[in-house]
Design a protein around this ligand. Structure first.
Ligand SMILES: [Zn+2]
Length: 246
């Protein structure tokens, strides 16, 4: 392939711009914020589940407490009713009086036991409510950390995208100056090797950093200026400049 030396040199500008574009794309893909957001999202999902579990437990205990309190009320009402009967003087038979007093006694013991149950449930409920509050606070903290990381990510994206758009604009202008067949070869090699063209600098290919042999340098010296050369080592287009050492 033949191409004017100036067109070949423009390939080096193109390669430089392409490497900037590639670096920006890499930076966009590997922003630390992306891993951070992933991690925070996982923690948030775990905390959301834990909050639901803790809220369910607290709700169950609240219902349990209501039930236990109503048991206390029932027993107390029965004891009060019995006490009223006793106080009314309507019961006169000693056997009935003894039976009534015994029932009141056992109802009072039963009430005491049930009140213990209520206290025990209240303690567990208090612990469950504290756990809900702690988990909700943790969840809110992680949610705001994630929002902050997303803001940092978006700011970094905006900066990268602006630089990429500027670079892409310059690249389009440079590419327009390069003949279609040379540009097609460059594009094919770039797709294959990530970098399509490299400078021959002081007898060394800047693409693969391999020094050319004397025979290779002599062949290059003998080649016409508009001949498109390729590095024997890395197959990239090898561009001659004043620094090539020819
Ligand atoms: Zn090379």
């Amino acid at each position: 392939m033949k191409a004017a030396p100036e067109s070949q040199k423009r390939l080096l500008d193109l390669a430089e711009l392409d490497s900037v574009i590639d670096r920006l794309a890499h930076r966009r893909r590997t922003l630390p914020e992306l891993a951070e957001i992933d991690e925070l999202a996982k923690r948030l999902a775990r905390l959301a589940t834990q909050v639901i579990e803790a809220e369910t437990e607290a709700g169950d205990l609240a219902r349990e407490q209501t039930k236990a309190e109503s048991d206390v009320d029932t027993v107390r009402a029965r004891a009060e009713r019995d006490q009223k009967r006793l106080d009314s003087g309507a019961v006169t038979s000693p056997r009935d009086l003894a039976s009534l007093q015994s029932e009141i006694g056992s109802l009072q013991r039963r009430q005491g036991d049930l009140e213990e149950v209520v206290l025990e449930i209240m303690e567990r409920r208090e612990a469950a409510d504290t756990k809900v509050r702690d988990l909700v606070a943790q969840r809110d903290e992680v949610a705001s950390a994630r929002a902050a990381a997303e803001d940092r990510r978006d700011a970094a994206f905006a900066e990268i995208d602006k630089e990429a758009a500027d670079t892409q604009g310059r690249r389009t202008a440079v590419a327009a100056e390069i003949p279609a067949d040379l540009l097609a070869l460059y594009t094919k090699l770039k797709d294959q090797y990530a970098v399509g063209a490299a400078m021959l600098r002081h007898g060394r290919c800047q693409g693969c950093k391999v020094a050319l042999s004397i025979a290779e340098m002599n062949a290059i010296k003998a080649a016409p200026h508009d001949e498109v050369l390729r590095c024997e080592e890395c197959r990239r287009i090898l561009v001659r400049t004043a620094e090539s050492g020819l």
